[in-house]
Design a protein around this ligand. Structure first.
Ligand code: HEM
Length: 290
């Protein structure tokens, strides 16, 4: 049997996004809960692609064979672990709105909403700082290897997910010269060319996140998109990995919590407001909920 991941994880064609994080209500009936999730998982809606993922407690409740802890970074950044993650993608906000309403109709008896955030693709896949985001992602089989749990391991074919809403201080960032901004990221701004090793500042974002751990490259598959308006704005960071520990390690590198103690310059201009880990199950697991 071919294990099928949720295809929208890798589908980068949509410009509009909606992220909903839900908390499981206490005392829900297990069979009815499964039924509601199965209905949401199996619905086929024109113009909308979706990914569903579950937090640690919901995985346990549903008897899914993966085990991972709630998101935490030793209290250094906010941890807001929730239970259910719904990610909708499409080209029209109207379609996402309609779909979100239909999902809420099925889910409201079982879950309350903790966060609902829309996002959008900004120009040619740039973060609101003006830097292209996602260009350093692995490609082809390398993307699948980075994002999907390998065969033979619990949760094989699924993916661990990290979602974290960041708020930017663009007023501060935009005071930097373009050369200084490029040093924050470690790539050029206009054409997104990565600095070579000699030019890469140790505290540049790419300098912190393009890294190995015990000899293993810490590659992840990122699908973040910007959110907000002219008053409040940032990035809804969203990434997929074959192992949940990669997120923790990368974030530790960004916050100077690894041996070299170097902190990512990016954290001077943007701050996380939330943080949750999830497991995005295979289509077989979702089909088995019914
Ligand atoms: C405000 C939040 C963030 C912004 C604006 C941001 C933006 C960027 C940009 C512009 C790049 C370079 C282009 C690219 O490689 O796609 C990049 C690379 C990367 N970022 Fe972030 N990022 C953020 C948070 C994070 C977090 C929280 C993590 C991990 C926990 C992370 C992991 C990575 C990785 C792994 C790379 C690729 C490094 C490589 O070249 O291999 N980023 N990010």
């Amino acid at each position: 049997m071919v294990i099928a991941y949720q295809p929208a994880i890798f589908d980068r064609n949509s410009r509009q996004h909606l992220f909903v994080e839900f908390i499981l209500r206490p005392g829900t009936d297990a069979a009815l809960l499964r039924q509601a999730l199965a209905q949401v998982a199996s619905a086929n809606r024109a113009g909308v692609k979706q990914v569903l993922a579950f937090g640690p407690a919901l995985c346990e409740r549903l008897g899914i064979d993966v085990s991972f802890a709630d998101f935490s970074l030793d209290g250094v950044v906010p941890a807001t672990q929730a239970d259910l993650f719904l990610w909708l993608q499409g080209d029209h906000r109207s379609d996402l709105f309609d779909t979100a309403m239909q999902c809420r109709d099925k889910l409201d008896g079982f879950f309350s909403v903790q966060l609902e955030q829309d996002g959008f693709v900004y120009h040619d896949m740039r973060d609101l700082t003006g830097f292209v985001d996602g260009i350093g992602n692995p490609e082809g089989d390398k993307a699948l290897n980075a994002a999907l749990v390998p065969e033979g391991q619990p949760g094989a074919g699924g993916s661990f997910v990290f979602a974290q809403l960041w708020r930017h201080d663009l007023a501060a960032f935009n005071q930097l010269s373009v050369a200084e901004q490029e040093n924050v990221f470690g790539r050029t701004k206009a054409d997104a060319i990565e600095f070579d090793d000699e030019r890469m500042p140790a505290d540049a974002h790419v300098g912190r996140t393009d890294t190995d751990h015990d000899g293993v490259p810490q590659k992840i598959w990122r699908r973040s998109v910007p959110w907000g308006n002219s008053s409040q704005h940032g990035l809804y960071f969203l990434a997929f990995s074959c192992e949940v520990e990669r997120f923790d390690f990368l974030l530790r590198r960004m916050y100077g919590l690894t041996e070299d103690g170097i902190r990512d310059q990016l954290t001077r201009f943007s701050a996380p407001q939330t943080g949750s880990y999830w497991y995005a199950p295979t289509q077989q697991i979702l089909a088995g909920l019914a």
